[in-house]
Design a protein around this ligand. Sequence first.
Ligand SMILES: [Zn+2]
Ligand SMILES: [Zn+2]
Length: 371
Amino acid sequence: MTSTGPLTGVNTATGGSTATGVDTATGGSTATAGKTATVGNTALIVAAPGEVALTARTAPAAGPGDTLVRPDLVGLCGTDLEIIDGQVDPAFIRYPLALGHEWTGIVTGDSPLAGTRVVAEGIVACGHCSRCARGETNLCETYDEFGFTRDGAAASLVAVPAALIHPLAPGVTAEDAVLTEPASVVYRGLARAAAGPADRVLVIGDGTIALLAVYLLRLWSPAEVVLLGQRPAQAELAARAGATRFEVSPEAAGAGYDLVVEAAGAIQAAAVALTAARRGGTVLLLGLPPHGQTVALRVDDVVNNDLSILGSFSYTAAAWRDVVRLLNAGLIRPGFVVTHRFPLTAFERALACLRGGDGPRGKVLLQVGSG
Ligand SMILES: [Zn+2]
Ligand SMILES: [Zn+2]
C-alpha cells in the first residue's frame, strides 16, 4: 500500500476494487504466487508469545466427517497481533497454533464440494450443551476455535468438520469471502444491539471492525452513522463504508447517540463510548482490548441514564449463516475494506503493516497458495 496513493485502484490479482498499493504490487513479484503454492505443508505457527514463524509440518488428515480445504486468502487482525504478543486471555488460546481465523479457500480431496469456494465457521461448538441448545453457539461450554485453540488457516491445508463449511455462490469474490468472519462478528453484535430505523449511531474506531460496522449498519436503516477514528488517512475508507461523517476528535463527533459501537478494541475508546450515548441509549462493546485492562465507570451515570451496555463475543452459527446468505445474494460486498495483500512468505511485512505505518489501512491479507 502506498502511503500517498488514492484508494481508487484495482487490485492486481482478482479485479476486486481494493486499494492499489506498493506492497500489493511488489510483494507479489518478490515472492511469487507460484513459489508460495509449492511450499508444501507449511503453516504460520505461533509457537509461544513472541515466536512466530513459517513452519513445515505434517499435513492435517481429514478425519471422518471432515472436509479438506486449501485456504487461499487469510485475513489478519488485531487479535492475531494479541495472540503473537501473548495478550489474549489464556482461557481462549492454546499455543502452539497456526494463525488464521479469517479465511476462505477451495475444497479439495474426496468431497462433493471439491473445487468450490467456501468459508468455514471457526467456532467448533459442541451442539448439545445448554448454550448451544439455545443457539448461543458462540458461548458453547467447550470453547474451541480455529486459530485460537486449534490450528488456523494460514496453512497449506485445513481439515474442517463438514457442518461448518459454507459453499459460496460463484459471484462471491475471494476478497468478499475472506471478510465473512469479521463481518459475522460485527453482524452478531449489531443484531444484538438492534439499532432502530432512523437511529443516530456512533462507531468508534477506524480499523476493519469499525469500517464493517459502519457498512453493515445499513441493514438496520439508521438515520446517521458517524465514524470516530484516530487517523485522518482513513477518511476515504470511512466514506466507502458509508459513514455520514468521519471525525478524529470525540468533541467533533459529539454525544447523545442512540447507539454507540466501540470497535477500536482500545480501552480509551471504550471510555469515550460510555459517555457518548443518549439517556436510554445503548453501548455495544465489539472491540477486544488487551486482556486485563480496565476503564473507570461512573455507575450512577449508567443508572441515571438508563444505559444498556452490551458486550458481544464472536458470532453465532445463525449470524454466520445470515452473513453467508447476504454474500451469496450479492447484498453485501465487504471486500471494499481490503487494502493490503502479502504472500504468506512475506508475513513479517504483513504483520508490520498491521501494527502501524502511514496511509489508509483496512484489512491486511495473506495470500496462501496460488490464490
Ligand atoms: Zn480477526
Ligand atoms: Zn455447546
